[in-house]
Design a protein around this ligand. Structure first.
Ligand code: XMP
Length: 326
């Protein structure tokens, strides 16, 4: 029997009832596998790792230790929400690692997109490894592998493609959602009581805002990406577009242009807005939005985000462009 093939008898999880049946089954399986041993999980706050965390907290409580690494490339409010939901509401054993300076120092002056991705992935593994070594008696490593990861990339999450943990830290894997498709993960997440903005989160690349701060990352441009992204998400939510447009985000390129503010010339960054619809991320179309909303976004971003004097709209489909800019 192929252990990485979804059983043909497994019904598609589309309703809360089916999700609850899956959860009961997984809780029993997790308790049987883990017994009284300890489990470690890298919790990014994305839907997959959040669902795995919620399942494990229900199954084995504080035998689970979650490690949340803040690499400085997360969206506004994300680390706070992970702490609030998992430590505050679910009473999880959560280690929060502020590694912002560490990542940004390593990335300083690096402009090649592939090199940036590699540094972020490798540093993530290093930080996680250090945390794992501080904890004693861990037997299992939980992972939010889902079925498309198995089908598309040999069961490896995209941002983990820089080699794994060293030999002496090869824990036994716990992968409770490895046969689920993304829509099923969301139904299960909802049934587990996770907040909607976590369960229905749009896709977010492993290297985070790092690939949206074009070229060599600087703290001022990174803040401009984070703040403009927060405004974009807020306005989309206010206009009922959350969950309707597949992915939307802002990009700050590494060039400036002239502008004018309070009668004085400025020389500042532009913000580029990208909002796309797609079925499978292989091809994508620019999302059609009202001109009123576009004007509102231009006004808010240019007045609220420091160092920005211009807003551009990316109308390009995929192909010829990719969804992300790097
Ligand atoms: P592109 O830019 O290739 O993106 O059209 C397709 C989808 O994949 C996401 N993406 C990533 N996800 N790690 C990830 O986990 C990455 O390095 C990465 N790069 C792109 C992107 O946001 C889009 O949804």
């Amino acid at each position: 029997m192929n252990m990485n093939k979804r059983p043909e008898s497994m019904a598609r999880i589309t309703t809360p009832e089916l999700a609850n049946a899956f959860i009961d089954e997984q809780l029993a399986a997790l308790r049987a596998q883990i017994g009284d041993k300890k489990v470690l999980l890298a919790l990014s706050g994305g839907v997959d790792s959040s669902v795995v965390a919620a399942l494990l907290i229900k199954a084995v409580g504080t035998q689970l230790t979650c490690v949340h690494v803040n690499h400085g490339l997360l969206r506004k409010g994300e680390p706070e929400q992970v702490i609030e939901v998992f430590r505050g509401q679910m009473k999880a054993n959560l280690v929060y690692v502020d590694a912002v300076d560490r990542f940004l120092d390593k990335l300083a002056g690096v402009s090649d997109p592939e090199q940036k991705r590699h540094i972020i992935g490798a540093e993530f593994i290093r930080v996680f490894e250090e945390e794992a070594r501080k904890l004693n008696g861990i037997s299992f490593l939980a992972q939010g592998t889902i079925y498309p990861d198995i089908l598309e990339s040999d069961g490896v999450k995209a941002h983990h493609n820089v080699g794994g943990l060293p030999e002496d830290l090869q824990f036994e894997l716990v992968e409770p959602i490895k046969f689920l498709y993304k829509d099923e993960v969301r139904v299960v997440g909802k049934a587990l009581g996770l907040p909607d903005n976590m369960v229905f989160r749009q896709p977010f690349p492993g290297p985070g805002l790092g690939v949206r701060c074009i070229g060599a990352i600087t703290r001022d441009r990174l803040e401009a990406v984070r703040e403009s992204d927060a405004i974009l998400r807020e306005e989309f939510a206010r206009n009922g577009l959350e969950g309707k447009v597949w992915q939307y985000f802002t990009v700050v390129p590494d060039f400036k242009s002239t502008g004018i503010k309070d009668g004085k010339r400025t020389y500042d960054w532009p913000v580029i807005i990208r909002a796309v619809n797609t079925v499978d991320a292989v091809t994508a179309e620019c999302a059609e939005l009202s001109f009123e909303l576009m004007q509102k976004l231009v006004a808010r971003i240019t007045s609220e985000v420091p160092g920005v004097n211009r807003v551009l709209w990316d109308l390009t489909p995929k192909p010829s462009a990719t969804i992300e800019w790097e």
